[in-house]
Design a protein around this ligand. Structure first.
Ligand SMILES: NC(=O)c1ccc[n+]([C@@H]2O[C@H](COP(=O)([O-])OP(=O)(O)OC[C@H]3O[C@@H](n4cnc5c(N)ncnc54)[C@H](OP(=O)(O)O)[C@@H]3O)[C@@H](O)[C@H]2O)c1
Length: 251
């Protein structure tokens, strides 16, 4: 069982969905957790309460990760209170389902700035503190679409594909300092991101028909792997992509 006592973790977009499950499971393994949120203040406060009831420290920090100034303010706040973070989980992400011809510059920037630029600048800040400590974990929640195209979400795939090479670059540069950098790449996981589309039974059946395991995953299918990658047991895993997709990426 991974033991994360004495470690501090920052999970971006941790008020709900996969991020909330990751924050809770990191705390169950003993980590103190910073819950970043952008808009979901009340839900972030619920996650904080749940973590504190497990006996771990938890703080919420509001920041829109698509804005570098807000990332810097968030890290200043965290480091001022708790010191440098040991574990960074770049989870915050957005997706827009639109044909290529309907993608505006604004939409493009919103997706790339949240999913890719935000992850990069969070990592940039976190890695320097990790380097000083000689220990660190950067875990990006990418997507099976970092490898395979969607057919409906071009810029989303581009952002996740960028995350793949970002992770490999960071792993190459920082692994010598006791830091590992990896991507966890989910397939279809039930959260708000797909609640609306999956509420159509015909669409849901179509999605399930493409998944060899035959069902849609839950946030906890992802969070258990993040806890393992964050632990000392995973010290020799770096520069890797772990697919958590019930085999979706095989097609
Ligand atoms: N669910 C899936 O099937 C699936 C599959 C592959 C990959 N993923 C990836 O998994 C990650 C989590 O997705 P999810 O399914 O849990 O989606 P979700 O339920 O829609 O949650 C998205 C999270 O991202 C946060 N977020 C969005 N924009 C943000 C910003 N600018 N700054 C800070 N936080 C921001 C949201 O926070 P606020 O509510 O506070 O704005 C929310 O906590 C994403 O990166 C997504 O691409 C999900």
């Amino acid at each position: 069982m991974p033991d994360l006592h004495g470690k501090t973790a920052l999970v971006t977009g941790a008020g709900r969905g996969i991020g909330a499950a990751i924050a809770l499971d990191l705390a169950r393994a003993g980590a103190d957790v910073v819950i970043n949120y952008s808009r979901s203040q009340a839900q972030a406060a619920e996650v904080q309460k749940a973590i504190q009831s497990l006996g771990q420290r938890a703080m919420t920090v509001q920041a829109d990760v698509s804005q570098k100034t807000q990332i810097d303010r968030m890290f200043d706040q965290i480091e001022g209170a708790w010191g440098p973070v040991d574990i960074l989980v770049n989870n915050a992400g957005i997706e827009f389902r639109k044909p290529v011809r309907e993608i505006t510059e604004e939409l493009y920037d919103q997706v790339m700035d949240t999913n890719l630029k935000g992850a990069f600048f969070c990592a940039q800040r976190a890695l320097e503190g990790m380097k000083q400590k000689g220990w660190g974990r950067v875990i990006n929640i990418s997507s099976v679409h970092e490898i395979t195209p969607t057919g409906f979400c071009c810029v989303y795939s581009m952002s996740k594909g960028g995350m793949r090479l970002m992770m490999r670059e960071l792993a190459l540069e920082y692994s010598r300092f006791g830091i590992t950098v990896n991507n966890v790449a989910p397939g279809a996981i039930r959260t708000d991101i797909n609640r609306e589309v999956l509420s159509d039974p015909a669409y849901e059946a179509k999605v399930i028909s493409k998944i060899p395991a035959g069902f849609i995953g839950m946030p906890e299918d992802v969070s258990k792997m993040v806890v393992f990658l964050a632990s000392d047991e995973a010290r020799y895993i770096t520069g890797a992509v772990i697919l958590i997709d019930g085999g979706l990426g095989l097609r």
